[in-house]
Structures are given as C-alpha cells and as structure tokens.
Design a protein around this ligand. Structure first.
Ligand SMILES: *Cc1c(COP(=O)(O)O)cnc(C)c1O
Length: 411
C-alpha cells in the first residue's frame, strides 16, 4: 500500500489507491459513492480492521484478551466483524447489548459498563448472562433486586475508580471524584457485602482514560491496575474470572501526532500478565474502541459549491458537523485542529492550494478543514475526512438542521 501523506499529519496507511482515487476495501471511491447511492456517507474497511487487530495481536502477549468497546462504532456489520476477531464485546447501553447479541456475540464474554444503568437495563443484562460492571453501590442493590425477581444468579464485576490517574489522556475517567466506578477505598466494604450476600464478583474493571498516545503513561496505568487487581483478588478464595485493565489506546488525529507504539506496551505487559496469573486475577482484558476502528473509516462528502470570499477559498460540501462532530472540532477539543482531509478522487494531484472545507449548516462551527493544503477541488469532487471510523454518526447531532442521515457501509 502507498500511504497517503500529509505535511503534518501521520500518514494514512489503511487504504490503497486506484490511480487518483482512494480505494476502500478494494472499491474505488467514485464507484463506491455510486454504489451507496448518495453522499455523504461513512465507509469502513473490513480489511483495515482485520489488519489492525492482527497487528495488535502480534504486539500483545498471547494471554491478553482483546475486547471491542462497541460505543466507538456500533454499526451492526462492524460489530459482527469484530465479534469474529476479538475475545469479547463491551457495551455501554442495553441497546448496544442487543445489537451485540443479535450479531452473535457470546454473552459470557460481554460486559456492560456505564453510570445510570436503569433497573430495566440491569434486568436485561442479567437475563442475557452479560456481566454488569457495577459503577456504584446503588447499581449493586438494583442488580440484587433484579436477580431475585428473575431467579438468575447475576454476573457482577466491580468497576473501580482508582486513586491513580491515566496521565496525558484525551479524556480522564479515573482518579478524583468520578461518576464512573466505585472509589478504590470503598471496594473492600462492597466486597464484604457481596460475600455476605453469597455473591462472588466475576471480575474487576479499571478504566482510567481514553485517546492516549503516550505508551509510558499507559504502561504505568496498567501496572497500577494489575497491582489493584492482585490486591483485591487476594480477598477471594478462587480469585477473579478476569481483570479488565481498560484501554485508552489512542490514534493520531491531529498534526504532529504519531501512532501509538503498541510494541512497547506489549513488551511491558508480558511480565504483568505472568504476575497477574500467579495471583488469581484471571486473564487480563484490554477493551479498545477507537484504536480498532478509527483509522479504518472515512467520511465521504461531495463538493456542492466552490466559493471565494475575500482572501479565502471555501469548498462547501454536503456533509458536516451534524454527521462528524469530532472532525469539526466540537467533540471535546479545546483548540480546534484539522483532521487529515483529502480530495479522494484527486490523490495524484499536488496538494498546493489552501482551501477551507465547510458543511451546509448555518453556523461557523460547521468546519471540516480550516485552511488546509489540498488538491484543487471542483464541484462534484469527493472530499474525504480520514480517521472517521470511531465516534462518527453515533457521536454527532444528526438531527441538527434536519439534513438526511449519512449512509454507512462496511466494505
Ligand atoms: C468509551 C469507553 C471505551 C472506549 O474508548 P476508546 O477511547 O474508544 O478506546 C472503553 N471502555 C469504557 C469503559 C469506555 O467508557
């Protein structure tokens, strides 16, 4: 494959090209757009997802179980593909759970995380045999009640809000006061209560952050997580079935960012796996979302208008922040930066013209590329936003301005 290169972004290596055109899963872009029948659309490559999982498996110790956190991309075809490639699926709502079960995920290798699970969601998970990661004492009580009503032994795991943090994360989800997980110092009391109720926790879950590109920070959090797991496993006669040490593996979205060194993480994880196994934590589980799918997906839009205003050239495309909030810079970014963007049917042209790609919404926030060097594009050309396989339509305000929803294909 010939990588697609940018002046400041990490090269895109997940796709081939056919002449001037990007290829997704072996289909040239113009033909793919015709097949989908409309723009804008999201396209994900099966081959690219498989390659990513293959590379990870090579880098990680064989004993590590790899789970897919499906909130990153809940498209049923994507979930089905990842059911076949990973060792389990982690869900964050009852609806995600139903999608995973429908496409054939094994409930024994599923877990359900998230604050604010309703009594109904908890009951559905217990009936499905899916492990519930308890985020509070209240969720434990709701689970006991639902289990009693169903007459089914629940599979309950404890999500810990650790005292440590995952440093340099895009999103902090552990350490300090958090809606996620039970504070580390309250876990012994919960475990004593579970013992008294005749319930053995199946596992521990420690998830401290997302979108991290610093291997040393991830390694440190993993080391801390394993220590926590060992400490609590010692309180059980048979230990845990598994210890979920989270994920947080990031991807390079922005200028200056480089891909995460997973080999380095795998090397540091090997001795931790052995240590954990000797101390009854059960196998280590890594739950990854964006790292498995982000680079395998593109968001494809069509140029509707080419407009010059004073010193700036705008490409007005038919897609925007209502479909891809993250690329517009409005999904948790403090300073807006461009995602990698290219004119997907002019990959052979020089990228020497500074153009600004905006969507059709009546707001200055609807910006997909701010003054980027791109191939000179005309009306009808296809502008592609890369790194779009995670947190796309499901993380965007698709009803904003009442435009149609994007197409979605797995190729
Ligand atoms: C969001 C989330 C994930 C996935 O995060 P990524 O950054 O996409 O890898 C995994 N686990 C939990 C508990 C989450 O909340």
């Amino acid at each position: 494959m010939t990588p697609i290169r940018f002046p400041n972004h990490a090269p895109i290596t997940a796709f081939d090209r056919a002449g001037a055109e990007l290829e997704v899963g072996g289909v040239p872009l113009v033909r793919l757009a015709a097949r989908v029948g409309r723009t804008p659309f999201y396209a994900c490559s099966r081959e690219a997802i498989s390659a990513r999982v293959g590379d990870l498996r090579k880098a990680l110790p064989a004993a590590v179980r790899l789970h897919y956190a499906m909130k990153a991309n809940p498209m049923p075809a994507v979930v089905a593909h990842l059911v076949g490639l990973t060792d389990g699926i982690d869900v964050a709502s009852a609806r995600e759970m139903h999608v995973a079960l429908d496409v054939g995920a094994d409930s024994r290798h599923m877990s359900f995380a998230g604050p604010g699970k309703t009594a109904g969601e908890i009951s559905q998970a217990i009936a499905a045999g899916v492990a519930i990661n308890l985020e509070s004492e209240g969720q434990y009580e709701a689970a006991l009640e639902a289990a009693a009503a169903l007459g089914i032994a629940p599979r309950l795991a404890i999500r810990i809000n650790p005292a440590f943090e995952l440093k340099s994360s895009g999103m902090q989800m552990g350490g300090g006061p958090k809606p996620f997980g039970i504070d580390e110092d309250r876990v012994p009391a919960l475990m004593a209560r579970m013992r008294a109720d005749g319930i053995v926790p199946v596992g521990l879950h420690i998830y401290s952050g997302s979108q991290n590109l610093n291997p040393e920070a991830i390694i440190e959090a993993q080391r801390n997580s394993v220590q926590l797991g060992i400490r609590f496993a010692a309180q059980l006669s048979d230990g845990f079935e598994w210890l979920n040490i989270g994920g947080g593996f990031g991807v390079p979205y922005f200028p200056g960012e480089a891909p995460l060194d997973v080999t380095r993480i795998g090397e540091a994880l090997a001795p931790l796996c052995d240590e954990a196994a000797q101390h009854g934590t059960g196998p280590l589980v890594l739950e990854l979302g964006r790292h498995l799918v982000a680079e395998a997906g593109v968001y494809v839009t069509r140029v509707i208008d080419r407009k010059v205003s004073r010193d700036r050239t705008y490409l007005v495309v038919d897609g925007g922040l209502h479909h891809n909030l993250a690329a517009s810079g409005n999904f948790g970014q403090v300073l807006r930066k461009n995602y990698p963007v290219a004119v997907g049917n002019r990959l052979d042209a020089e990228t020497t013209e500074v153009q600004t790609v905006v969507g059709p919404l009546c707001t200055p926030l609807d910006l997909l590329a701010d003054r980027m060097e791109l191939a000179r594009a005309e009306v009808g050309d296809l502008v592609v936003v890369f790194m779009a396989g995670a947190y796309g339509p499901s993380a965007s305000p698709t009803r904003f301005l009442s435009h149609p929803e994007p197409g979605e294909v797995l190729v």
